[in-house]
Write a new protein. Structure first.
Length: 293
């Protein structure tokens, strides 16, 4: 199959363009895997994919699909498939982050599909956590190496019932144990969750340090819910430094109908620009790679 390759941007990734009017299902999967391992993010464009084709293609390279139980946002299920979720229920900007890094069990692989792009704005943002790490000042690196970050969340019972898709406290306890999350249950069945994790991790190959976490959007949306593990504040100066780096090294993806985006969630941070177009329709799947990684 004849394809054309070009960088997604000067900074990162590879864009795979269809130059032969063929189906994306005819791509050489081994070639895709090798590109993905090297670049961490691939954009497939021009293949005229629909939702069914997107599912078949992502199925061919993935395993262990997740249903987003415990996720930070409410996401609509598409076509009654709990592994196919909308990311359009909120229109505000979401800063760069690793998906679900407020718990232990994260999806290692993310898929995005553009069913319909916004007329204006709504770009998905990406950046390489390896490059992000190298841009951080030595003093901030040292601080993050000395101190982990702690996410806390207080939820009324109605909220955790919805987020964790259960009303069973024993099942919730099992989920929290699996995710290394400390759970406190109050008399009114509201809960307090605490999860501690590093802001910087070692790459899967062991050769790189990677800045990847959910710190930036947590500070953006729930600033009182994130601190260092010892309870000390993450200063405004540190957040200003991180947000400046994020904006400087961000790559924006302006969606086209039928685009498919494949992201290594152990390396590539992603986010989104705000938008106002109600017809913007982007879907996500959370999973693991079905190949050695």
């Amino acid at each position: 199959m004849n394809i054309q390759l070009q960088p997604i941007s000067e900074r990162m990734g590879q864009q795979i363009d269809n130059s032969s009017c063929a189906s994306i299902l005819e791509l050489d999967l081994l070639q895709i895997v090798n590109l993905f391992k090297n670049y961490g993010v691939l954009l497939f464009r021009g293949f005229e994919a629909d939702v069914d084709i997107f599912k078949k293609f992502s199925n061919s390279l993935s395993s262990d699909f997740m249903d987003y139980a415990g996720g930070a946002f409410v996401r609509r299920v598409i076509n009654e498939d709990k592994t196919l979720l909308s990311v359009n229920d909120y229109q505000f900007e979401i800063k760069l982050h690793g998906e679900m890094y407020y718990q232990k069990n994260i999806p290692l692989l993310l898929w995005f599909f553009c069913a319909n792009p916004a007329v204006k704005d709504g770009q998905t943002t990406i950046c390489d956590g390896r490059e992000f790490y190298h841009e951080i000042s030595s003093s901030t690196k040292e601080l993050f190496q000395q101190k982990k970050i702690k996410f806390t969340a207080h939820m009324p019972k109605e909220v955790w019932h919805q987020k964790y898709k259960t009303s069973d406290l024993k099942k919730l306890e099992e989920i929290c144990i699996t995710n290394n999350t400390h759970l406190k249950i109050y008399e009114d069945c509201s809960i307090l969750l605490e999860y501690i994790c590093p802001a910087i991790i070692t790459s899967r190959c062991g050769k790189h340090q990677v800045f990847i976490n959910s710190l930036l959007p947590a500070k953006q949306l729930n600033p009182n819910n994130i601190k260092f593990e010892d309870g000390s504040e993450i200063s405004d100066n540190i957040m200003s430094e991180l947000n400046e780096i994020a904006e400087r090294i961000t790559t924006e993806i302006s969606w086209q109908k039928g685009d498919i985006l494949m992201i290594d969630n152990t390396r590539i941070l992603h986010g989104r620009r705000n938008f106002s177009d109600d017809k913007r329709d982007i879907y996500i799947r959370l999973c693991a790679p079905a190949f050695p990684f």
